[in-house]
Design a protein around this ligand. Structure first.
Ligand SMILES: NC(=O)c1ccc[n+]([C@@H]2O[C@H](COP(=O)([O-])OP(=O)(O)OC[C@H]3O[C@@H](n4cnc5c(N)ncnc54)[C@H](O)[C@@H]3O)[C@@H](O)[C@H]2O)c1
Length: 432
């Protein structure tokens, strides 16, 4: 048996027979979803997180982010298929380590600290060959230049002493059509050996695995998917504002364009781009392109247009409310309907501006009971609250749980940034 297969074969057998313990590092939206899927697929899963509250919540059978029903988590914890811990020394027991830690963008720069500390923790326990998979969204080059460098420590060889691949997560929370199991997974290892093992691992719980030649291709594909969305949202936002200047209905125009069965992909305008993925996508490419002669015009233009939208919405709301001192209700503060996630939500800059301009602010969001903004602590109105004192409502996120008929009856003017109320046929609804 050659040296390669002598290190790969035992790992390959353990993965195929699901005898491997799999460590999932970072138990947020991505990591916990994946940990549960792996445990349900028959692996023994060790979930690791720096947040002891998250760990305790999972150990108690709960779902800290509320995105997975406790009824799926509790039986796995009870049977020992899933355990959560903050003790990173336990990584020594795992054959496979899946990195799902956050990679936030702060002031336009990608923060890879969590990826670095995770790779360093894995390196400390790398006393036999393991498969390491980077699922976090990262600037292309991170798997090779950051994770590999920390793992090899100057003396280990990928494809022999450890196996490393980029396998970006594509999960779309609340999407019941495309789930973790039936969304194809792109995997790119440092060597063909690494890619082979990664493919084998994902094939045990994902229906289609698409292998690519390098980790950079996998990383760049993930970022490009998100940038594609970001740039198209920028385009449709600009188009909507242009339509309004020309007295053309943007929503009817976009619907009409979308009847073309080929060559057009429908995107919708809105108050800005939210969530912890799409708004940051351009920065992962800009970060990777630093120091290179690379074009970036689309990235910069769409960043500027999308960043301008909350200001535009706040200005329009201020006009519709009738001037400073009036009472504005923000309807929906999460970044998308049906989730309790306010990360990068455009509701926040809209509210901050209106507050700074002297408007009285309230909000209504069944998923967010309290909200703290710059100098302002707010509590959501109950969905049944009387709304007579409100001068203008601004629909930022159209949760299904809100009674829009009652809203339209109680409030003089509703600025609908999502065109979600079009079907109600109310004269006092003003769409973006
Ligand atoms: N949320 C999505 O829909 C989605 C989809 C695809 C990809 N992604 C990417 O997946 C990654 C994770 O995103 P998320 O939404 O799950 O993040 P999250 O913020 O929901 O969760 C991250 C978890 O990691 C923990 N953590 C932070 N630093 C850590 C460290 N050093 N070691 C161990 N745990 C640590 C946090 O306590 C938290 O529980 C990001 O790169 C993100 O861009 C997210």
């Amino acid at each position: 048996m050659d040296r390669l297969s002598s290190t790969r074969r035992p790992l390959e057998d353990a993965i195929r027979e699901k005898k491997s313990e799999v460590a999932v590092i970072g138990l947020g939206f991505v990591g916990l979803t994946e940990a549960v899927a792996l445990a349900e697929a028959g692996f023994t899963v060790l979930g690791l997180d720096v947040d002891k509250g998250v760990v305790a919540g999972i150990q108690a059978g709960g779902s800290p982010n509320g995105h997975i029903p406790p009824s799926r988590i509790a039986p796995l914890v009870h049977s020992g298929a899933l355990r959560a811990s903050a003790d990173f020394a336990l990584l020594a027991e795992a054959d496979v380590a899946v990195i799902c830690v956050p990679t936030p963008v702060k002031d336009g720069s990608v923060d890879l600290d969590a990826v670095r500390s995770t790779a360093a923790a894995i390196a400390r326990t790398l006393d036999r060959p393991k498969l390491i998979l980077l699922e976090s969204t990262v600037p292309p080059g991170t798997t090779r230049n950051v994770v590999r460098t920390l793992l090899d420590g100057g003396h280990r060889t990928p494809g022999r002493d450890f196996f490393l691949a980029a396998c970006p997560e594509r999960i779309d929370l609340l999407n019941s059509t495309y789930t973790l199991a039936n969304t194809p997974r792109v995997v790119g290892g440092l060597t063909p050996e690494d890619t082979h093992l990664a493919q084998l691992f994902y094939a045990s719980f994902v229906q289609h695995v698409h292998a690519v030649p390098t980790p950079e291709v996998a990383e760049a594909a993930k970022v490009f998917e998100n940038v594609f969305r970001f740039v198209n949202i920028g385009l449709v936002n600009e188009f909507a504002l242009l339509c309004r200047s020309l007295h053309i209905d943007p929503w009817a125009t976009i619907d009409a364009a979308a009847t073309k069965p080929f060559g057009f992909l429908k995107h919708l305008p809105g108050p800005g781009v939210g969530g912890a993925c799409i708004p940051w996508a351009p920065y992962y490419l800009l970060g990777a392109a630093q120091g290179f002669e690379a074009p970036r015009g689309f990235l910069e233009a769409s960043l500027a247009i999308n960043a301008m939208m909350p200001e535009h919405i706040a200005l329009r709301a201020a006009q519709l409310a009738g001037g400073s001192g009036r009472h504005i209700l923000i309807v929906g503060v999460t970044y998308k309907p049906g989730v309790a996630d306010i990360r990068e939500s455009p509701a926040l800059p809209v509210m901050e501006r209106l507050h700074a301009w002297g408007f009285r602010l309230s909000y209504l969001d069944p998923f967010v009971p309290t909200l703290s903004l710059d100098g302002l602590q707010l509590r959501s109105l109950p969905t049944t609250s009387p709304l007579e004192s409100i001068d203008c409502a601004v629909v930022i996120t159209a949760h299904a749980e809100i009674d829009y008929q009652a809203l339209c009856s109680a409030v003089p003017v509703i600025f609908d940034t999502r065109n979600a109320l079009a079907g109600l046929g109310r004269q006092n609804v003003i769409p973006l």
